[in-house]
Every structure is written in C-alpha cells, then in structure tokens.
Design a protein around this ligand. Structure first.
Ligand SMILES: [Zn+2]
Length: 86
C-alpha cells in the first residue's frame, strides 16, 4: 500500500458510479453507500438518469388507481339512481 498524502491514509479508492472517475473515499462511506460519486453533480445526474422511470411508472400507477376509483364512484352513483327509479 502506498500513500501519497498523510490525509489520505484512511481512504479507499472507489469509482464514481456516474462518470467512472477514480476517487478516494473513506471505507466507511463506501460501505454505507451503494454507489459513490466524485461530487454532487454526478450523484444528481445519476439519480436523474436512474430514478425518473420509477417515479413515472408509480405516477401512472397512481393515475390508474384514481381512474378506477372514479369509475367505481360513477358506478355507485349510477346504481343508486337506478335504485331510486325502481
Ligand atoms: Zn463523477
């Protein structure tokens, strides 16, 4: 093991999950996080490219649920009206 600087003695080499740059982080940080990034810009971009799909699909899923709930409500109203008529 070679250490270039005194301060980096307890740091481990890691690769930025977004741009692939070699960075040094404390082992504790690497262990704690699934992905490490060289800076906040990279972490932001990574999140931006990896999570919108999930957000969008859950959003669509919610919309579907709302539509179903609305249909159910309409159906109930329709049935109630029919009840009144008979
Ligand atoms: Zn990076």
């Amino acid at each position: 093991m070679e250490y270039s600087k005194k301060g980096e003695r307890c740091k481990m080499k890691a690769i930025c999950a977004y741009c692939g740059k070699v960075i040094s982080k404390r082992p504790a940080v690497i262990k704690k996080q699934k992905h490490v990034f060289c800076n906040r810009v990279c972490s932001g971009k990574y999140v931006g490219t990896h999570s919108p799909k999930q957000h969008r699909s859950s959003y669509i899923h919610l919309n579907k649920l709302f539509k179903l709930a609305e249909l159910y409500k309409l159906r109930q109203e329709y049935l109630q009206q029919n009840d009144k008529m008979t």
